[in-house]
Design a protein around this ligand. Structure first.
Ligand SMILES: Cc1cc2nc3c(=O)[nH]c(=O)nc-3n(C[C@H](O)[C@H](O)[C@H](O)COP(=O)(O)OP(=O)(O)OC[C@H]3O[C@@H](n4cnc5c(N)ncnc54)[C@H](O)[C@@H]3O)c2cc1C
Length: 369
């Protein structure tokens, strides 16, 4: 049996940021991560303005890790393309590098890191929480921060919609496409599905998409089948993928919900952060900002001795509005009529894309700037 004042379960961006913030303010914190070493994760790898600001506060510099700047967004359907300047400078960086840097940040500020350990279940008693690990260890703690991302935890979790699959493939683009993509994130919308494409470090391009699981079952496994499907549906994407060398045998995949989700009920006194608390449709590129923002909020609440209920109310206030708007936009954009209407309106009113980009950010970004 081991004791820690706070246990953080999950060493993704939310968990690492929470552990880092608590350790930095002199609190005793243990961070438990089930993977043994740095790894790739399904993600568009877009770092928005709020993500950048919060990384800066944590002392993590994405540019020093090889991140590249993004200033423009282009939105494509099979018939129309509209582009706009972003209202801020964004960056892109692989999760392989980002997540590892955040974990190291937590460790260097004094969090006790337990890697290659999976939490099997948790149980509350009169003095706090018991955390049961797969290595046979039990950790007792006063505060519990749950940062397990899309994975639930036995004993305390709600069930979620998992009707979509998120996929990611790293590619080496042709020189011509590399030049065309520099400084841009490109979004492609189809019925029921959307795709993001951008350069990350070392001249690699990241293709990331969200597709209904039923569609994926029809397309079949492997990069070849997926490439064929996307290229035939979207000529503008086919141009971008022409001559690109896939860097993996097959895309990575993860199950995810169709729209936004924001945890409501506080049946148990835990601090849920990141994706465990809230899921914003990925086209916004703002999930990381929510992960880091909710982690910072949880740290404040633990430090000030405020309850998980107070934290949940504050976190809902921070995230509800961008999640609501992003859910409406993603639903519209994945249907032909809605997509045509939105892209038609964006072509006539150039400020529309910028407004959607701004309003699907956490409030704190524009409060601080
Ligand atoms: C297709 C797609 C594209 C996206 N694109 C972007 C984007 O471009 N920009 C952006 O900002 N956001 C994007 N997001 C959202 C972003 O990826 C998430 O919001 C972010 O990863 C949430 O961080 P997290 O720390 O909450 O969870 P995660 O990153 O999932 O981390 C959870 C961690 O917990 C660990 N864990 C889980 N269970 C246990 C357990 N029982 N014991 C121990 N450890 C455990 C896991 O190994 C993992 O490391 C995208 C999401 C999807 C699905």
């Amino acid at each position: 049996m081991t004791w820690a004042e706070t246990v953080v379960i999950g060493g993704g961006p939310a968990g690492s940021a929470a552990a880092c913030g608590l350790a930095r303010s002199g609190r005793d914190v243990m961070l438990i991560e089930r993977t043994a070493k740095p790894h790739h994760k399904v993600c568009g790898e877009f770092l928005s303005v709020e993500t950048r600001m919060q990384l800066q506060r944590l002392g993590v510099d994405p540019l020093a890790l090889g991140a590249v700047p993004i200033d423009h967004v282009a939105v494509h359907s099979s018939r129309r393309s509209v582009s706009s300047e972003l209202p801020f400078r964004a960056l892109s960086l692989s999760r392989y590098r980002l997540d590892d840097a955040l974990l190291r940040c937590a460790q260097s500020t004094g969090a006790r890191l337990n890697r290659n350990v999976t939490v099997k279940s948790v149980m509350q008693d009169a003095s706090g929480w018991n955390v049961f690990c797969d290595n046979g260890n039990t950790i007792q703690c006063r505060h519990l921060v749950v940062a397990t991302g899309k994975l639930g935890l036995r004993g305390i979790d709600d069930t979620r919609d998992g009707s979509m699959v998120g996929l990611k493939m790293h590619l080496r683009p042709s020189l011509e496409v590399h030049r065309a993509l520099a400084g841009r994130v490109e979004l492609f919308f189809l019925d029921g599905c959307y795709i993001g494409l951008e350069l990350i470090e070392d001249g690699i391009a990241n293709l990331c998409l969200v597709v209904p699981r039923a569609t994926m079952a029809r397309i079949g496994p492997g990069w070849h089948a997926l490439h064929g499907h996307l290229a035939s549906a979207l000529p503008s994407l086919a141009e971008r993928l022409a001559g690109a060398e896939p860097l993996w045998d097959k895309p990575m995949a993860v199950v995810c919900p169709a729209g936004g989700h924001l945890h409501r009920e506080q049946k148990t006194a835990v601090f849920r952060v990141g994706d465990r608390l809230a899921h914003i449709p990925p086209f916004t590129g703002d999930g990381l900002a929510i992960a880091l923002g909710t982690a910072a909020l949880a740290v404040e609440h633990v430090r000030l001795g405020l309850s998980p209920e107070a934290y949940l109310a504050a976190a809902r206030q921070l995230t509800a509005s961008p999640i609501r708007l992003a859910s409406v936009v993603s639903r519209l954009a994945m249907h032909r009529g809605g997509r045509n209407l939105m892209l038609g309106a964006a072509a006539c009113a150039p400020g529309l894309i910028e407004t959607i980009v701004r309003r699907t950010r956490l409030i704190l970004a524009f409060d601080d700037s």
